[in-house]
Design a protein around this ligand. Structure first.
Ligand code: FAD
Ligand code: EGU
Length: 471
């Protein structure tokens, strides 16, 4: 028999499956608490690999993500290598550029390099003596009854590992999650959107950024949209979002140029026709998936975080930020429940599911809204209205993106508040309209206009119109 004292003092072993952004950060969180952490990543160590394949080159890092980095002492290091974006720059079809600030001076988001961020996080995790990194370990399967995991190596060998807790951070197509799907009362939904995305590089011109660097550049064209984020090497990464069926229609270099001439003419000289054609055909368009599930845990043995728990479409710039916030939320619950997994895991599901589902819905809603009727005029108009109301009533009307991007307001609370604000705004508009009609009628009744004067002025108007026509 094991003595209860030795059992108490033995530090538990936590397996973090996936060494992407959320997995590497999570390894830091668990290591900081003193757990023995084993990180398993299917790829080779990206810090050694020469070619890094993977999704999107840069990401928008905002408040939630920064707070999580701060918890493990990494905020400054990452922020130093990020490029602040204080505003969006809206590119109209005629080439006009209009900046719309994100907020006040201190309210900006950061463009960060995914590969660099991942590398820094892995290095940070490794500096804890109680972490062990296992690259080239692809989780093949695990047994939800026994907790035994099977990993496949590149040389064809297999390894079996058992730990006290499995933390699934293995992305949108999570292998950890597969075991959840076999269980009763597990809710799961996944939706592929009709759009794909493609990345194009805008190189520096004469050694300088081809466009203003401290902006999130946006070309809103309803079903087509392009977004560009600045990189430290003075390039921009442009991401083109477009329905797959339209990607498929463009099959020759000439058609690429024709398409850009029609929808993004200002970018052709900036990207360069050759680069544009080369980048366009280099890789096929990538798919985007939204995944929601519930619960996020199995007993006291396994928990999902990041894209493994909630892949969201990128139309709020929150996927990584939400995944990073998962780590803080879990950490706070670990404090509350004294690291007792049997209490922590259900509480994490209870608290976090509504918020992750809320951001998944918001991102999907924004995708549908942008695709349906967001051209540059509409985008500018909506953001102006948001910002003006916020300026005059900063305590009452807070734009949704502000709550999402610059605060840690729980996502589901932000949505609730947004609905409430919309009601207030609509009532305000209705009241002003009713007031105008009533007020106008009252004034008309009190001071009835002299009918003769009206007719005379009508005659004058007619004369003027005739004069205009004969000019
Ligand atoms: P991933 O980054 O997918 O990492 C999963 C890791 O697990 C990988 O390293 C993978 O190799 C490993 N793995 C997979 N399977 C196994 C296995 N069986 N065994 C072992 N390891 C395994 N988010 C933002 O916050 N801001 C943005 O601006 C933003 N822009 C985006 C733009 C696009 C076009 C896209 C597609 C996404 C964007 N996101 C953004 C979302 C962001 O990329 C993800 O939310 C984030 O990468 C999730 O991190 P993760 O660690 O959970 O998953
Ligand atoms: C998409 C792809 C502008 C990086 C949503 C805003 C995004 C990002 C917006 C990608 C948009 C859309 C917001 C931020 C950010 C805006 C936001 C979207 C970063 C509502 C690399 N979105 N993104 N909203 O407000 O809150 O500027 O690929 F075009 S950052 Cl779609 Cl704040």
């Amino acid at each position: 028999m094991e003595k209860s004292t030795s059992r108490q003092s033995r530090k538990k072993v936590v397996a973090v499956v996936g060494g992407g952004l959320v997995g590497a950060l999570n390894a830091c969180f668990f290591a900081k608490r003193g757990f023995d952490v084993e990180l398993f990543e299917s790829r080779e160590d990206i810090r050694r690999a020469k070619i890094v394949k993977g999704r999107s080159i840069n990401l928008a890092l905002s408040h939630r993500g920064r707070q999580a980095l701060k918890h493990v002492g990494l905020e400054e290091k990452i922020v130093a290598k990020g490029i602040p974006m204080h505003a969006r720059m809206i590119h109209s079809l005629n080439g006009k550029q209009s900046p719309i600030p994100y907020g006040r001076k201190g309210q900006y988001i950061l463009s960060v390099d995914r590969a660099n961020l991942n590398k820094e996080l892995l290095t940070a995790a490794e500096t804890y003596p109680n972490t062990k990194m296992n690259f080239d370990h692809k989780l093949q399967d695990w047994n939800a009854e026994t907790g035994l995991m099977t990993f496949a190596r590149l040389d064809g060998s297999k390894e079996q590992v058992k730990t006290d807790l499995i933390v699934g951070c293995d992305g949108a197509f999570s292998a950890v999650r597969k075991q959840f799907l076999r269980r009763s009362r597990f809710d799961y939904s996944q939706t592929y959107i009709p759009h794909g995305y493609m990345e194009l590089t805008m190189l520096p011109i004469n050694g300088e950024f081809a466009m203003k660097p401290n902006y999130l550049h946006i070309w809103p064209r309803n079903t087509f949209m392009m977004i560009a984020l600045p990189n430290l090497d003075k390039t921009f990464t442009c991401t083109l979002f477009m329905p797959f069926e339209d990607f498929e229609k463009i099959t020759t270099g000439d058609e690429v140029i024709e398409f850009f001439q029609k929808y993004f003419p200002d970018t052709i000289p900036l990207i360069g026709a050759d680069t544009l054609q080369r980048d366009y055909f280099r890789l096929p368009a990538q798919a985007m998936v939204s995944v929601k599930c519930n619960p996020y845990h199995i007993g006291d043995a396994c928990v999902l975080m990041g894209d493994a728990a909630h892949a969201v479409v990128p139309f709020y710039g929150q996927g990584m930020n939400a995944g990073f916030e998962d780590c803080i939320v879990f950490d706070e619950i670990m404090d509350q429940f004294n690291e007792d997994f049997s209490a922590v895991l259900p509480e994490y599901t209870r608290v976090r599911v509504p918020d992750d589902h809320a951001i998944a819905d918001l991102a999907m809603y924004n995708y549908i809204e942008m695709r349906a009727h967001v051209n540059s005029k509409w985008f500018l108009f909506r953001k102006y209205v948001d910002n003006i109301l916020y300026f005059f009533m900063p305590k009452t009307i807070i734009p949704l993106y502000t709550m999402v991007t610059f605060t840690r307001t729980r996502y589901h609370e932000a949505v609730k508040r947004w609905h409430w604000q919309n009601k207030v705004i609509n009532r305000g508009l209705l009241l002003s309209a009713v007031g105008a009609v009533l007020g106008g009628s009252y004034l008309l009744i009190k001071n009835p206009p002299d009918i003769n004067k009206l007719i005379v002025s009508a005659e004058k108007m007619w004369d003027r119109l005739v004069a205009l026509r004969t000019l």
